[in-house]
Design a protein. Structure first.
Length: 434
């Protein structure tokens, strides 16, 4: 097993995660009803009780069908999913015995998690649970500069009577419910720590505030094979950058870092009816490829609408990416960084064993130079249809005129179809000699 700088010896084997590469984030909650931002309780400084009354009473995803969600994720080609069990608003999407602020007390009246997880497992998709460390609704969660009522004097003063230990027990209790009552959980995705923040009258929260060591021990005891992300503020776990792409593989102290890029389809994570900042299918796919080429996983987000359906714009993207994955999954699943060869401009290499995959982001006219692999190539083909790609190398006897390519002795030139293959990103598979 590869040793990672951010993966302690007492953590379970992450091999499945490295192999699976492609996951789906699902943000769903009361904020879906508001349909404008999952942080609206705090960005609009809404009193938690007013928020609860308005959105809790109007939450009813009557068109939710777990099998439909699972089928769409399966078609997209994702191998695991991460679902929001509770976001910062504090609303539980399972039948928690520790709060009345839960989905089974809404008009919907059903335990969504109890339906969703079996459907995902049946479709062959591994289970990840997102769980917010923050809870703006809980009466013992200390008010700080992120709290919706940060500007209200009575709320600030209430910190004198709020009991952090009670909140820690509540947080741990809900995590224990999730890890005890819903079968095998493959990945626990906590969110988030912000101990570095300082508002003068309050500071942010980190490992001590969450009692993160207790949470970590709970996870390892109840689900010993489950992976954990890095947001408990313990200095380890899967590194989870969101909304940006790094320029190279993550490393620390000379060792690789286990990491996962988290990207939305548009400007927010939850359903946002009026958001026009949509990433195209091609852009999302290129992010997936770019991430795997840098030895990371890609967690692509969707936000179902308030009635529990996945909207048409989202489905356009998941289905187009799914069609590409159907033809090219070998270049993603089980693949990773290629450190031996430099990809041409506007291309990415991924590698799986003795197969090198050239992802062509900007399709050229006819010829593409591949450096340093002249004596390594056994066979080359287009991956989408399996057709052979011809190539040639350096010929010391060749007379170079105005129509011949200059090829270095260690390089080759492949000859591509003039017309770009009818896929989002063409991939050339290069079989290397043993």
């Amino acid at each position: 097993m590869t040793t990672f700088a951010n993966w302690p010896d007492y953590y379970p084997d992450p091999s499945w995660f490295i192999k699976d590469r492609f996951g789906m984030f699902i943000h769903f909650g009361l904020f879906s009803v508001a349909s404008r931002h999952e942080w609206l309780m705090t960005t609009e400084q809404i009193d938690p009780e007013v928020y609860a009354e308005k959105y809790f009473e109007n939450f009813n995803p009557d068109l939710f069908d777990a099998d439909v969600w699972a089928a769409e994720l399966k078609q997209c080609g994702v191998q695991y999913m991460v679902f929001t069990t509770k976001h910062h608003e504090g609303f539980a999407l399972w039948d928690s015995q520790l709060t009345d602020f839960k989905i089974t007390n809404t008009t919907f009246g059903r335990d969504l998690l109890a339906e969703l997880l079996p459907a995902m497992r049946k479709a062959g998709i591994k289970i990840g649970l997102y769980h917010s460390l923050i809870d703006w609704k809980h009466p013992d969660f200390p008010v700080d500069g992120l709290h919706p009522q940060r500007e209200v004097a009575s709320y600030r003063e209430s910190n004198q009577t709020r009991d952090l230990k009670k909140y820690q027990d509540y947080l741990a209790g809900q995590v224990e419910e999730l890890l005890t009552n819903y079968g095998k959980i493959d990945y626990m995705w906590f969110d988030f720590s912000y101990a570095h923040r300082d508002w003068g009258w309050s500071v942010g929260k980190g490992a001590k505030d969450w009692d993160s060591q207790r949470l970590e021990q709970l996870c390892l005891r109840l689900q010993p094979d489950m992976l954990i992300n890095d947001r408990l503020d313990l200095g380890h776990g899967v590194t989870t950058p969101e909304q940006f792409q790094p320029d190279k593989p993550f490393e620390k102290d000379g060792k690789p870092v286990l990491w996962e890029a988290c990207q939305t389809m548009y400007g927010t994570w939850g359903y946002d009816r009026d958001n026009l900042e949509w990433k195209s299918s091609e852009m999302l796919l290129k992010m997936l490829i770019d991430t795997v080429a840098k030895n990371g996983n890609f967690l692509m987000n969707i936000g179902p609408n308030p009635r529990g359906e996945i909207d048409t714009k989202t489905l356009e993207r998941t289905r187009e990416i799914g069609e590409w994955m159907r033809l090219h999954k070998e270049a993603i699943l089980g693949a990773g960084y290629c450190g031996d060869y430099e990809a041409p401009a506007d291309c990415r290499y991924t590698q799986r064993g003795n197969k090198l995959y050239l992802h062509i982001f900007s399709y050229p006219y006819r010829n593409l130079h591949l450096k340093g692999i002249a004596d390594k190539v056994k066979f080359i083909r287009l991956l989408n249809d399996g057709s052979e790609i011809q190539y040639r190398g350096f010929d010391p006897e060749e007379v170079i005129t105005s129509t011949e390519a200059v090829i270095a002795p260690e390089d080759i030139v492949i000859t591509l179809p003039i017309e770009k293959p009818a896929v989002l990103v063409p991939v050339v598979e290069i079989l290397l000699k043993d």
